[in-house]
Ligand binder design. Structure first.
Ligand code: GUN
Length: 282
């Protein structure tokens, strides 16, 4: 029997507990504050931002949604970040990626106060993660670890293969799995014989953005499969990076799309915003 790793339900459970923490913080005079900056009108980004805002609202986190036009200059964006860095009511700052092409993404990430960098993208937080002293961790990998933990899946000694080497998912995922004593391989678009590498995995995490690219022949029977993809197939249907119909019957556990990793990413963002806010309690 395959276990469907239900991210939606797990996130809902976690948020019930988190709501209590937020209520307690409020009695101490602290309302967690999250600022989300969206530059331009990328439709996928707009949906992500709206979902983050909704979840924050439900928890009683003050969420400041800052929409800036696509003509925004780098200086204007850096000034806005500086303002939020200085704002004592804001605990977490998130700049939705990708940014318009004429804005230097790395410069923007480095402008965020590392103590408010709720995405964990600042080099200081990346360094802390890789030295196994994590402070704030990228939300998607953090959510995946939380989901595995919720299902009592211990990755110690597992052969973990991650497909995708992005700063948002693949790399921080590798660091977290290594910190939890998995044996980690990062595969990517240039990997030779990808199918063979994937078929070695006890735990396969896929974050490529390529619809249904992981087929049954690439998966070891009994593997745990985590699908980070949110893609459209040829018929326009929302699918993951894994061919679910083929892979689910041979996996021991698998995340669905939607309802797997996505809700856990948002839950992680909320959890870490509240963690940052706790530092305001004296
Ligand atoms: N774009 C896609 N995923 C993310 C994320 O986790 N954080 C930010 N800031 N942008 C994203």
């Amino acid at each position: 029997m395959t276990t469907v790793l239900d991210g939606k339900q797990t996130a809902n459970d976690l948020m019930i507990a988190l709501k209590q923490t937020v209520d307690e913080l409020k009695t101490k005079g602290v309302t967690p504050g999250l600022a989300v900056i969206l530059v331009g009108e990328d439709p996928a980004s707009a949906i992500y931002v709206r979902n983050k805002h909704r979840r924050a609202d439900g928890l009683g986190i003050r969420s400041l949604q800052i929409s800036m036009p696509k003509t925004t200059t780098e200086t204007e964006l850096l000034n806005k970040i500086e303002e939020l860095n200085e704002d004592p009511t804001i605990d977490g700052i998130l700049v939705q990626l990708p940014l318009p092409a004429d804005i230097d993404e790395q410069k923007v990430i480095e402008a965020i106060d590392p103590n408010k960098d709720v995405d964990g993208f600042h080099p200081m937080n990346v360094g802390k993660l890789w030295t196994n002293m994590p402070q704030v961790v990228a939300s998607t990998p953090y959510g995946i670890m939380t989901l595995l933990d919720h299902y009592h899946i211990d990755v110690t000694g597992m052969n973990a293969v991650i497909v995708g080497r992005s700063n948002i998912v693949g790399r921080p995922m590798a660091a977290l799995l290594l910190n939890h004593s998995a044996t980690v391989t990062i595969a990517h678009s240039k990997t030779k014989d990808l199918a063979k590498v994937c078929a070695q995995a006890d735990l396969l995490v896929v974050a490529t953005g390529r619809a249904e690219m992981i087929t049954a022949d690439m998966v070891k029977p009994g593997a745990i499969v985590i699908d980070v993809g949110m893609d459209r197939n040829a018929e326009g249907k929302l699918v993951g990076d894994v061919n679910y119909a083929q892979v689910a019957p041979i996996a021991s556990a698998i995340t669905p799309v939607p309802g797997g990793v996505g809700p856990m990413t948002i839950a992680s963002l909320m959890l870490q915003t509240v963690e940052l806010a706790k530092r305001r309690v004296h």
